[in-house]
Ligand binder design. Structure first.
Ligand SMILES: Nc1ncnc2c1ncn2[C@@H]1O[C@H](COP(=O)(O)OP(=O)(O)O)[C@@H](O)[C@H]1O
Ligand SMILES: [Mg+2]
Length: 234
């Protein structure tokens, strides 16, 4: 039996007040397991990013709980949540969020620098992750000199540099052409997914859905369906 990585229970998130109130996520519960690549799909505005933010310790839910590997993250104080996230969760944003004034390798080293790992050690470790994503020869360039697919790989290397057991990718292929997008997700699956990791991918891209073990569908803030993916019996 696979071990539960994330147990989300009764998650709700409401933005705004009164007339302007938006129920972004309503009563969402699910388990994600170690060893799986779990997809979350649904139309734009259906609450996917809001849900990811709650399960990764970025956005506090109005109600509900999130347990990651047995820790009830929203019961921790803010500092503890921040350090839990830094060590154990890697998040790849749709638009990469790379810092233009830093070199590529410095961008990858940021999570280590934030954890006060000495500079030289952080850069060395970041370099080894750039090597994994095939970009060692781009290390000293600023990210703007890289293609979209390369920048996405830098964001993945940065998300992986702390060896997190949870890796979350929010529409990782949205800014990439079809072949590059598929190559990125295939890369993550082959090089990063193992039995001690859980990878969650939000996507609109139906061309990569076959790579997932299970597919969660969201609509209007609700989780409407959980399907076995084509890769469920690998
Ligand atoms: N910070 C925010 N303030 C107000 N409304 C928000 C905020 N973030 C998201 N929303 C609203 O919540 C709903 C879900 O958004 P989101 O989670 O971004 O959906 P998705 O990622 O599926 O496109 C949308 O109606 C969106 O406008
Ligand atoms: Mg989104």
């Amino acid at each position: 039996m696979a071990k539960v990585a994330i147990a989300a229970r009764g998650l709700n998130k409401i933005f705004g007040e009164g007339e302007a109130q938006t129920y972004a996520v309503r009563d969402v519960s699910f388990d994600a397991y170690f060893g799986e690549m779990l997809y979350i799909v649904g139309p734009s505005g259906s609450g996917k990013t809001t849900m990811l933010s709650m399960i990764s310790g970025i956005l506090r839910p109005n109600s509900g709980s999130v347990e990651i590997d047995g820790t009830d993250i929203w019961s921790l104080d803010n500092d503890a949540i921040a350090s839990f996230r830094l060590k154990r969760i890697g998040f790849v944003f749709q638009d990469y969020h790379l810092f233009p004034r830093l070199t590529t390798v410095e961008n990858v080293a940021i999570p280590l620098i934030l954890r006060r790992v000495p500079w030289d050690e952080a850069i060395k470790e970041a370099m080894s992750f750039l090597e994994i994503v095939g970009l060692k020869n781009r290390a000293l360039l600023p990210p703007v000199k890289l293609s979209g697919g390369e920048q996405q790989r830098v964001a993945i290397a940065r998300a992986m540099v702390s060896h997190p057991e949870i890796l979350i990718l929010d529409e990782p292929t949205a800014s990439l052409d079809g072949d590059t997008g598929r190559a990125i997700v295939t890369f993550v699956k082959e090089h990063i997914l193992d039995e001690d990791r859980c990878i969650i991918v939000v996507t609109h891209d139906s061309r990569i859905l076959d790579l997932g073990n299970r597919i969660l569908k969201m609509e209007d803030g609700r989780l409407t369906k959980i399907e076995e993916g084509a890769a469920s019996h690998e």
